[in-house]
Design a protein around this ligand. Structure first.
Ligand code: SF4
Ligand code: FES
Length: 253
């Protein structure tokens, strides 16, 4: 007779139900295609999955050539903005269960920036606009006490909203003015200018206001609110643009 101890089997939780969703993805391979084309994929998913999980399943199990950007997978790095059912969103923050899966889910690259491959666009023009507004603290000399540049909670709160930007480009690439023109600085650059224009420690607000008073600056905004609707961080983008316009007209308050 064996002395082996019979271990009781751990109880297996009920299997999480799965379902099949259809993703229709706008593909483009510059080595093969002259025009983008739509391709269907059926994917087995859980209700807790996000669009990013669906894209990973397709890439790992069906078509390794599917190309998209992502890094953190948690809404922090801003690298996976894309158009999902016609709206700019982060794939890693869009739950499949919040979409109507009785219909196909359409996924395509953000608009207004050069398409490189599948869901990847060239972000250089976007970052060029961002860099052109001097998105960093500009303050000369030493702090009064020689140690630190102090700021009250009220002064800090003045620009809190615009500190939340993760440079995903969802706002800029949802803007019809940016689509048609490509020269417009775009909402994200203005948001990041706002962040420093209204920082009490910064001494060069006027430099940024002069840059944004350009013909490609804030006056191109037509207040369509697409940018505010698209922002995955909930930043009041249109309001920030309006505040910069006010500061150009009346000076930094
Ligand atoms: S303002 Fe919002 S949508 Fe625009 S780049 Fe920043 S985080 Fe993205
Ligand atoms: S992967 Fe980083 S924000 Fe979505």
């Amino acid at each position: 007779m064996s002395n082996a101890v019979m271990e009781s089997k751990p109880s297996v939780p009920d299997e999480i139900p799965t379902f099949t969703a259809t993703l229709i993805i706008r593909r483009f391979d510059p080595d093969v295609d002259t025009e983008p084309r739509w391709q269907d994929f059926d994917v087995e998913l859980h209700g807790t999955d996000r669009v990013l999980d669906a894209l990973h399943k397709i890439k790992w199990e069906q078509d390794g050539s599917l190309t998209f950007r992502r890094s953190c997978a948690h809404g922090v790095c801003g690298s996976d903005a894309m158009r999902i059912n016609g709206r700019n969103r982060l794939a890693c923050k869009t739950l499949i269960k919040d979409l109507d899966i009785s219909q196909p889910i359409y996924v395509e690259a953000i608009k207004g920036l050069p398409l490189e491959k599948d869901l990847v666009v060239d972000m250089e023009p976007f970052f060029d606009s961002f860099k052109s507004v001097n998105p960093f603290l500009m303050a000369g000399g030493l702090p009064k006490d020689g140690k630190e540049r102090k700021q009250s909670p009220v002064e800090r709160a003045r620009f809190d909203d615009t500190t939340k930007c993760i440079l995903c480009a969802a706002c800029t690439s949802s803007c019809p003015v940016f689509w048609t023109d490509g020269q417009y600085f775009g909402p994200a650059a203005i948001v990041n200018a706002h962040r420093f224009i209204f920082d009490s420690r910064d001494e060069n607000a006027q430099v940024r206001l002069d840059i944004l008073n350009d013909k490609e600056g804030v006056w191109r905004c037509r207040t369509t609110f697409n940018c505010t609707d698209a922002c995955p961080r909930g930043i009041q983008v249109t309001q920030a643009i309006a505040e910069v316009k006010q500061a150009i007209l009346r000076g930094k308050p």
